[in-house]
Design a protein. Structure first.
Length: 136
């Protein structure tokens, strides 16, 4: 009986670790979803902008300035590491579409990892139930 207690404790610890990892993965999945929505919104916004249209440009802290678009084929796109690069509309759309696809791929990988962890959790739960039944 004393041998089963450490085994139950080990199973319980492993289940708690899986639960913690699941929470982290769900958080990461939510963050990626928000980023993907932002990228897709940028692509849609690029389509709707035309020369001489008036837009609101964010300055930060929920502060905007109205501006007129001078050239609807000239965009500045973040390329990572706090660097940005000027690109024409088509190049920017390609880069953002690739970014969206990369995010989707990462989200799929995380979803697979979540499913695998859930399956591990179910298996550990069954093992714990067996151990608990053996104690009685």
């Amino acid at each position: 009986m004393s041998q089963a207690d450490p085994e139950l404790q080990a199973l319980s610890q492993m289940m708690m670790e899986i639960e913690s990892r699941l929470e982290a993965l769900h958080g990461e999945l939510q963050n990626l979803q928000m980023i993907k929505e932002d990228v897709e919104m940028a692509i849609m916004s690029m389509e709707s902008i035309s020369t001489e249209s008036t837009i609101q440009v964010p300055l930060g802290s929920e502060t905007y300035v109205r501006a007129s678009v001078v050239n609807d084929d000239e965009f500045i796109v973040g390329i990572g590491g706090n660097y940005s690069q000027g690109q024409n509309k088509e190049q920017a759309k390609i880069l953002l579409t690739e970014r969206s696809q990369t995010i989707t791929s990462r989200m799929e990988n995380i979803s697979k990892a979540i499913e695998e962890l859930k399956a591990q959790g179910v298996k550990l739960g069954q093992q714990a139930q067996e151990q608990f039944s053996n104690l009685q």
